[in-house]
Design a protein around this ligand. Structure first.
Ligand code: SF4
Length: 318
């Protein structure tokens, strides 16, 4: 039995990597320590419903702030991922269990209990499951809709690269409000950062979502500080706009352990502002680009702004 708290068992494929020194965090990466009543309540709801969160599994720096407001991002389909991205703290390997048919109901119960206006649901990659978990995502969306019809739903999905392309329709037909899939980094860094994925496949996935349902908001994000240059980031923005992606997130990469990909540098808040300005200039409806931006950080407030931005755009065209 693996103990996922032990780094060498959590990431067996990284155990032999040389240690990368973890540079001291700059003054602008400061976060609220986890704790307080709201945090404890969110924690209890997650455990009572036997749910896994990406907030904990990825070691997200924002967990203190988000959980104090009940904003937990549930991670479905288990806690072991079949990929081995070099930036990610989710446990890797062969998942020990099949998909849990009762999980969608437990997620829906937790969303109701938390009283969320907007929820983000993500998952591990399940390359061992024929449809990559597409039907499980759809069932989770339907279960949330049934119990919390006024909650808007954002999903952050795997790339389904080893599945029949048709499985994407299963997820889109369940009609999430926002379909998010992260490109994570610039194409030149894929072999070392996201070796099991393909940049143009991920981009095309999001484009296909928009083709299937032009009313669905699409969203994607990258991390910076992995070794990319600014020109490559600008090109990713161009590629995303060509795929008609509405919402871009950019955040600073933080290294979970010495065995993970090294932090190349800390991007300054001023540079993030430059990216934000450039992205709006390229036509994104919504941009979140700050050192602590994560896909699901402030996702509810951002969704309200995203919807308002689309309405304003259509009103101008009318
Ligand atoms: S930013 Fe997202 S992953 Fe991080 S704590 Fe908040 S909800 Fe969880």
């Amino acid at each position: 039995m693996r103990d996922l708290k032990i780094p060498a068992q959590r990431h067996p494929e990284k155990a032999k990597n040389p240690d990368n020194a973890q540079p001291k965090k700059p003054s602008w990466i400061r976060v609220k320590a986890p704790g307080g009543k709201g945090y404890a309540e969110t924690h209890k709801i997650m455990r009572d419903n036997a749910l896994t969160t990406v907030c904990e599994e990825a070691g997200c720096p924002n967990v203190g702030e988000c959980w104090s407001q009940g904003h937990a991002t549930m991670m479905i389909m288990g806690e072991v991922c079949t990929r081995a991205c070099t930036f990610c703290n989710i446990a890797t390997g062969k998942p020990p269990e099949d998909l849990d048919p009762f999980e969608p109901g437990r997620v829906a119960a937790a969303v109701k209990k938390l009283g969320l206006n907007h929820v983000v649901i993500t998952s591990v990659d399940r390359d061992d499951v024929e449809d990559g978990g597409a039907e499980h995502f759809a069932q989770t969306i339907r279960a949330i809709r049934q119990q919390s019809p006024n909650t808007t739903i954002e999903i952050l999905t795997p790339d389904f690269i080893r599945c029949d392309p048709k499985v994407l329709e299963i997820v889109v037909e369940a009609r999430p409000d926002v379909f998010n899939h992260n490109l994570e980094t610039v194409p030149g860094l894929y072999p070392e950062v996201r070796p099991g994925a393909r940049y143009f496949h991920s981009l095309r996935l999001l484009q296909r979502v928009k083709e299937m349902d032009p009313t669905m908001f699409t969203k994607s994000g990258i991390m910076v500080g992995l070794g990319e240059d600014k020109q490559a980031v600008m090109q990713v923005m161009e590629d995303m706009r060509a795929a008609d992606i509405d919402f871009l997130t950019i955040g600073q990469y933080l290294q979970p352990t010495p065995k993970h990909h090294a932090v190349d540098r800390f991007v300054t808040p001023e540079e993030f502002k430059t990216y934000e300005k450039a992205a709006y200039g390229k036509g994104f409806l919504m941009v979140s680009a700050t050192p602590l931006t994560r896909s699901s950080y402030h996702a509810g407030d951002d969704f309200a702004q995203l919807r308002a931005a689309r309405e304003a755009k259509f009103a101008t065209k009318a």
